[in-house]
Design a protein around this ligand. Structure first.
Ligand code: GDP
Ligand code: IMO
Ligand code: MG
Length: 435
């Protein structure tokens, strides 16, 4: 079992942090493969809650090497804060390795992201304002800075100088403040001095672990419906959260991946703008948002909430080639009389069963619902599927029927142990690695 990918099947915040932490115990290396500090992954162990933006969610285990892969965009200030936060909790952060090739989010990227959103006004994407789009844009335009550049002053100065030529032009045109080169170089060198001990050729770390027969876990950020290629463009992030992104961003080949675990929650949420056919704007939606604490981990914005939508689920399972699914937050639906599940759309009077590639068509989609009887009792303490209320089991089975992929884990609370292990999982086949 060499490598498993963990991928969000919805619009992010599906509980990838909990899933990765739960599965990481039996692995030696956990790799974040894309995104940046737009992500907020929550891990709850006992009374302790840890929110991670850049380090993969296996970092709390003492035997795990945590890798920030080449596909990630790194804001060094966020990473340093996160390393300090972890060290203060007694975590050995020397085991955090950062790809020399990962691109750096510079202050001008953040300014461009925010300036652009202001300019777009009602048309804005609703980004997290972390500079993600402009940084990936510079990477594609070959104007980017990589982590290794932070440790080489002449290259650093040249690269920042080259980038600032057009960054300042655009910022000035937007009416935003422009940047001076020297303070940026000073700041970047300070980041480089602090982070140099963590820089590594992470592709070889991953490849060497696989060669030793160790299990590698690759953790995605965001979700399939925010994917730059597969989501509802332009209301997407600027990277590829899909499983294929684990190869380009994590340093592995497609044939080295043998397990793709999809993560989804029992209902839908979305942060930011863009079509959301099953969105609930009523009391039921507010109740789910409240019980599920649906506020953005990064920005604190209320997440939009809706019923589960199987139309994009079927698409997500196809493009990720999922072999298994973890279903999170089933407990949040307890107490709802009738639970609705979207099974198809009606678009311009016609029934549509497949996720429309056209954003315009999607924005006209009216959900076709199937209703499920709810259950009243809280389920936080349930640890076996057979002990779930029958109505909850029927709901899980219906989701599985739509996905046509086994739901192997069902989560009934945020804590690591609040998890129903439904089936034998290959991930757990290897013996635990000694600490
Ligand atoms: P991620 O970005 O996919 O890692 O997800 P987030 O951490 O942003 O959001 C998921 C939230 O739900 C976190 O606060 C988790 O602690 C919490 N959570 C995860 N699984 C469950 C669950 O089964 N039940 C409940 N009640 N909360 C959960
Ligand atoms: P995790 O990893 C939910 C959304 C933003 C916005 C769009 C583009 O915690 O699941 P960006 O800042 O990436 O350019 O914003 O993507 N978004 C997320 N939504 N969870 C996330 O991460 C997200 N990361 C970005 O709200 O709609
Ligand atoms: Mg999140």
């Amino acid at each position: 079992m060499p490598a498993s990918v963990i991928v969000g099947l919805q619009w992010g915040d599906e509980g990838k942090g909990k899933t990765t932490d739960f599965l990481a115990e039996q692995t030696t290396l956990v790799v974040r493969y894309q995104g940046g500090d737009n992500a907020g992954h929550t891990v709850v162990v006992g009374d302790e809650t840890v929110k991670l933006q850049l380090c993969p969610s296996g970092v709390l285990y003492p035997h795990i090497t945590s890798v920030i892969g080449n596909g990630v965009v790194v804001n060094p200030a966020t990473l340093i804060r996160e390393l300090d936060m972890l060290a203060a909790k007694g975590v050995d952060t020397t085991r955090v390795r950062v790809s020399r090739s990962a691109h750096v989010i510079m202050p001008y990227h953040v300014a461009l992201d925010r300036g652009n959103e202001t300019r777009l006004a009602d048309e804005k994407v609703g980004t997290t304002g972390r500079g993600i789009g402009p940084t990936y844009g510079d990477r594609a335009w070959r104007l980017g800075l990589r982590m290794e550049d932070l440790t080489d002053e002449p290259i650093l100065r040249a690269r920042i100088g080259r980038a600032l030529v057009d960054k300042n032009l655009i910022l000035a045109a937007m009416g935003e403040p422009v940047f001076e080169i020297e303070p940026l170089v000073e700041q970047a060198l300070a980041w480089g001095r602090r982070l140099a001990p963590h820089l590594d050729d992470t592709t070889w770390l991953v490849q060497d672990a696989l060669r030793r027969g160790e299990h590698v876990l690759l953790e995605g950020a965001q979700g399939t419906l925010l994917d730059l290629d597969h989501g509802s463009y332009p209301f997407v992030t600027s990277s590829n959260p899909v499983a294929g992104g684990a190869c380009t961003g994590g340093g592995i080949g497609p044939l080295q991946v043998d397990e793709v675990i999809g993560v989804m929650k029992a209902y839908s949420t979305r942060v930011g703008a863009g079509p959301f056919p099953t969105e609930l704007l009523d009391e039921t939606g507010r109740g789910i948002a409240e019980r599920g604490h649906e506020f953005g981990t990064v920005t604190g914005r209320p997440r939009r909430v809706g019923w589960f939508d199987t139309v994009p689920l079927r698409y997500a399972v196809a493009v990720n080639s999922n072999s298994a699914i973890m279903l999170n937050k089933l407990d949040i639906l307890s107490g709802i009389e009738t639970i609705r599940m979207c099974v198809a759309y009606e678009i311009d009077g016609r029934r549509v069963d497949t996720w429309p590639s056209s954003g315009a068509a999607l924005s006209r989609a009216i959900p076709v619902y199937e209703d499920f009887e709810g259950w009243q009792a809280p389920i936080h303490d349930v640890r076996a599927l057979a002990d779930l209320p029958e109505a909850a089991r029927r709901y899980v089975t219906a989701l599985e029927d739509h996905a046509k992929v086994p739901i192997v884990l069902v989560s009934v609370g945020p804590e690591r142990t609040q998890t129903i292990e439904r089936a034998f999982r290959p991930t757990r086949r290897r013996p635990a690695v000694p600490a």
